[in-house]
Design a protein around this ligand. Structure first.
Ligand SMILES: CC(C)(COP(=O)(O)OP(=O)(O)OC[C@H]1O[C@@H](n2cnc3c(N)ncnc32)[C@H](O)[C@@H]1OP(=O)(O)O)[C@@H](O)C(=O)NCCC(=O)NCCS
Length: 171
């Protein structure tokens, strides 16, 4: 477990399938994420569980739980580059009632600390849809700096959206 104040992070397990199924099928949460909003069956997701639970490769995903042990969302480090010591970060709070309670920000902070102290990484990168103000605010408040913006990069809900690229040095 990676313990914080309001939450802790734990590895994904196969029994999380029902949570992942609910979260993945929520348009509001997924439309701004990399894969976009794509309604997905529980059977299809089940095929992905071997990938999701695997923490041995270049991606490390964690379930965000409140202190009562209730799953609230997911945070992950992706495409870890061991030579350059960089990676990308992604996060979502899938439980609608859990948004805006500080869980997303704390999950990112805990993940950053883990990346620095245990994986010896030095820089974290991300891309965020420029219209996604809540996420943009969060990344800025965590100290990520904008390094550029792709124009009309993603097609979401009937419109092309810009994509902001950000980075943070954690060493
Ligand atoms: C973005 C997301 C992860 C934030 O998690 P959260 O738990 O709801 O956010 P928190 O309560 O931790 O707040 C973090 C910061 O977000 C910003 N924020 C939170 N709620 C906000 C709102 N309603 N409007 C604008 N900004 C808001 C604030 O800057 C806040 O930091 P502060 O409290 O220090 O000012 C969450 O809303 C989510 O899952 N969104 C959908 C998926 C997504 O967009 N993921 C990020 C992709 S790059």
């Amino acid at each position: 477990m990676i313990r914080g104040e309001k939450i802790y992070l734990r590895p994904i397990q196969k029994s999380d399938l029902t949570y992942l199924y609910q979260w993945k099928n929520d348009e509001e949460t997924f439309m701004y994420l990399g894969g976009g909003f794509l309604p997905t069956s529980i059977d299809q997701l089940e095929k992905w569980m071997d990938v999701m639970i695997d923490t041995t490769g270049r991606d490390k995903r964690f379930i965000i739980c409140d202190n009562d042990g209730s799953p609230k969302g997911m945070v992950g480090l992706y495409d870890i580059e061991w030579i350059h010591r960089t990676c990308e970060i992604g996060v979502y709070i899938g439980d609608k009632d859990a948004k805006g309670k500080g869980y997303g920000k704390e999950a990112c902070l805990l993940t950053e600390k883990y990346a620095k102290k245990y994986l010896n990484l030095r820089k974290i990168k991300l891309s965020v849809v420029s219209d996604n103000k809540r996420a943009l605010n969060m990344w800025e408040s965590l100290g990520y700096k904008k390094v550029g913006e792709y124009i009309a990069e993603r097609y979401i809900k009937g419109a092309y959206r810009n994509l902001t690229i950000m980075e943070k040095f954690i060493d």
